[in-house]
Design a protein around this ligand. Structure first.
Ligand SMILES: [Zn+2]
Length: 222
């Protein structure tokens, strides 16, 4: 399989080149503004392990920018097949057999962003329900707002005022993994760090946190 590498020349004062995996076989290089192409080739040649790693990501893990009918979509850990039908208004219907039907304004395809927006209701109703159940079980005081964002790598965050933010990509993960993220963020209401005391709280309420963390780290579902 081919690997595609895109180069972003950083407008900021960047002194070193960094590499990151965008998708399976897709790498982005961030390089200083004036770096020459030979230096970039050298950099890539020295990082072949990283190139190989980019191919180890499961094919469907990260959704493409534009989705068409026939794309696999994982919702709460279960695989669905996406079907797109043209409609006046964007909407989504999760058919509890094996299909997700998205109504798209342009007909044949829909953007990744729109899919996540349309699926946020499904995710938020689960997360809000579970957070309301888990907080008292953890003897935690009521929290602030719950928000949802589409970000690349942060699964959740917690502010000092108790507002929780969850990544919209969590919709792909099994409920047990989402519960771990909720417990992790709630535990931060008591411990604003990743100390042993923090992990003790997580362990107590989510004994299977190690498997959940691994699934998220490997981005098994998206
Ligand atoms: Zn944390």
């Amino acid at each position: 399989m081919a690997i595609s590498i895109s180069v972003v020349r950083s407008p900021k004062r960047l002194f070193s080149t960094t590499m990151r995996i965008i998708n399976r076989g897709e790498i982005e290089l961030r390089a200083p503004q004036r770096i020459n192409i030979e230096t970039l080739f050298d950099f890539v040649a020295k990082n072949t392990k990283f190139l190989a790693k980019s191919l180890s990501i499961p094919q469907q893990a990260i959704l493409p920018k534009t989705l068409a009918t026939g794309t696999d979509l994982f919702l709460f850990g279960k695989r669905y097949l996406l079907e797109i039908i043209p409609a006046q208004k964007q909407n989504i219907v999760v058919n509890h057999n094996d299909k997700v039907v998205a109504m798209a304004k342009r007909g044949k395809s829909i953007s990744r962003h729109s899919i996540y927006d349309l699926l946020t209701n499904e995710l938020s109703s689960y997360i809000i329900t579970r957070t309301t159940q888990l907080a008292p079980q953890m003897s935690l005081i009521p929290f602030g707002k719950i928000r949802f964002k589409l970000v690349r790598s942060l699964w959740g965050s917690c502010t000092k005022t108790g507002s929780l933010t969850f990544n919209k990509r969590l919709i792909h993960y099994p409920k047990g993994v989402i519960d771990y993220v909720i417990i992790h963020e709630l535990a931060h209401l008591q411990q604003h760090n990743h100390s042993k005391a923090f992990w003790d709280i997580v362990e107590k309420h989510c004994p299977e946190h190690k498997q959940a963390r691994l699934a998220l780290k490997k981005r098994i579902y998206g």
